[in-house]
Design a protein. Structure first.
Length: 225
């Protein structure tokens, strides 16, 4: 499985941050449960931090992408960890009490690398640690590029992307945003939207292919990836 730890950058400067954080965690929990990506709600683990557990490795890229979509313009640092987990007790317990293990330790290490002591020490705001060296190397290679593209997106580009993610037709996005279809098309192109999606699909294929080759199938009922 894959653990994810999300750190909100400069949360102290955000008005009513605790309320915003709690609403965001609730929204993400509902969305991702409905999609079958998580079994436990996301858990707040510190003032500016929350964590989750992704059930299957091939879902990781889309969980990450949806978190970006739902949190813009908030800046995030994200640690991802793939490995064994240990379950304790029934499903009624919150995530941070019900599940522990290697995946969470690796996600914490990844977040520490993403945070760094200064900006120059962190190569990316999204870092992956895995108990499979090739997955970690290939995954970080893709994530560094995706992170760089996402970090450059403007509010206008995010609006076009969010609209397209919802409607899947540029004409419908244009109507919703009261803009021309050609404007939406140019906005998506300048945002490198198709490259971002293709890179996330590549990451999905890397996770599925390498885990199958190593003897892990990413089954929902398994305890390791």
């Amino acid at each position: 499985m894959c653990a994810i730890v999300v750190d909100v950058v400069e949360s102290r400067r955000m008005k009513d941050f605790a309320d915003q954080r709690d609403r965001l965690v609730e929204t993400l929990s509902q969305r991702h449960r409905q999609r079958g990506w998580i079994q436990f709600d996301y858990a707040v683990t510190a003032w500016d931090e929350f964590q989750g557990l992704i059930e299957r490795p091939d879902q990781l890229p889309w969980v990450l992408w949806d978190i970006w979509l739902q949190t813009y313009p908030i800046k995030l640092r994200i640690g991802l960890g793939g490995g064994n987990v240990e379950r304790h007790g029934g499903g009624a317990r919150p995530l941070n009490e019900a599940v522990t293990g290697e995946a969470f330790f690796l996600a914490r290490e990844a977040l520490d690398r993403a945070t760094g002591r200064n900006r120059s020490s962190a190569l990316s705001q999204v870092v992956l640690r895995w108990n499979h060296a090739l997955i970690e190397s290939a995954g970080n290679g893709i994530l560094r590029l995706v992170d760089a593209l996402v970090d450059r997106l403007t509010e206008t580009q995010w609006d076009s992307i969010a609209g397209y993610e919802q409607f899947r037709k540029q004409a419908d996005v244009a109507a919703a945003l009261a803009k021309s279809e050609s404007t939406i098309s140019r906005s998506l192109a300048s945002a490198q939207y198709w490259r971002i999606r293709a890179s996330l699909q590549d990451l999905e294929r890397v996770l599925v292919g390498l885990l199958q080759d190593s003897g892990h199938d990413g089954d929902r009922t398994g305890t390791s990836c």
